[in-house]
Design a protein around this ligand. Sequence first.
Ligand SMILES: N[C@@H](CCC(=O)N[C@@H](CS)C(=O)NCC(=O)O)C(=O)O
Length: 374
Amino acid sequence: MRTRGILGLGLILAIALLVAVGCVHSDDGGNGDGEAAGQETTTGEEGQGEGEGVLQQVKDRGRLVCGVNEAVPGFGVATEGGEFEGFDIDFCRVVAAAVLGDPEAVDFTPLTAEQRFTALQSGEIDVLIRNTTYTASRDGSEGARFLHTTYYDGQGMMVKSDSQFQSLADLDGARICVLSGTTTELNLESVFQAEGLDYEPITFEEADPLQQAFIQGRCDAWTSDHSQLAGIQSAWPEAEGGPEGLRLFEDIMSKEPLGPAVRDGDDEWADAVNWAIFATIQAEEFEITSENIDESLESENPDIQRLLGQPVEGEPFDSGLGLDADFAVNIIREVGNYGEIYDRNVGEGSPLGLERGLNALWTDGGLQYAPPYR
Ligand SMILES: N[C@@H](CCC(=O)N[C@@H](CS)C(=O)NCC(=O)O)C(=O)O
């Protein structure tokens, strides 16, 4: 009886404390700036005023700010005319098409590997889509929430074709060019240590000076994500022998799941970005393309009708994601399905010529799989 009395008192105190905390929370509108009480009559609502989520901010602004790479052919490059193009760039357009109905409503912010997480944390960008590897410490300590992996990659190694090096084992004692602030730098150390190989890292913050150093022979090899080395090889200067002037090793040194990241703490925004990406994968699985999207709108298949925001047996389907019912139609019509995005930027239809491999749909033995849209 006595114990129950103490527990009961504890419960009352706990409830009183929660009510008190709740009062402080609602007094300042949940923003913590102490100003909102005089500005808003309905207080305590999340998702209003300064505290509103990124999804609403992007809608209000009418533009998406996407943090990207500008130096990796096939994934993210700024052309001489100042246009951005590539696989990652197209996924920025996918998000803009989903949220704003316009794939062109994107401001691209080029970022180095070192700058990218600070730009995300500070709110300078809405989403980071810059060949960024999903890792535990980035998820845990960089304030980033990683979303669906758009490109399953691994770390590769590249040398000049006229060098004697054929595989990692030949690189004992070599000088290796690598970018700082990357998983590449960390894997290089652990893989070479595990293999009992000696090496000298030559570290750079940006790709351009690294490329110059490699051309001048200040390093024997260049390590990065395999896909990015393939991109660099595809655009290798003719004066240096063109793509034939470089050799990529078959060795793959790590797992590099590359994909978008948003700031921690905004689930609504994370869901919107994630489902925009899933729509491209699901569209490929349903064989819906930018070419046949209009015919697909006539489909009688309820799974397709839901994805395309068409009424199913007369009933509109609302996923509650905060996106227009036809968001997937905008994506597919304007940017294409996953396979179209892959092929034109990095696949067989591009200078990189990368096979689908792990990035094939699950139905073709790959890892690309979208949860059901229902
Ligand atoms: N995926 C790795 C590596 C990303 C990375 O920064 N790769 C290089 C490839 S060369 C790059 O983007 N360079 C361009 C630049 O920083 O200017 C990571 O997330 O740390």
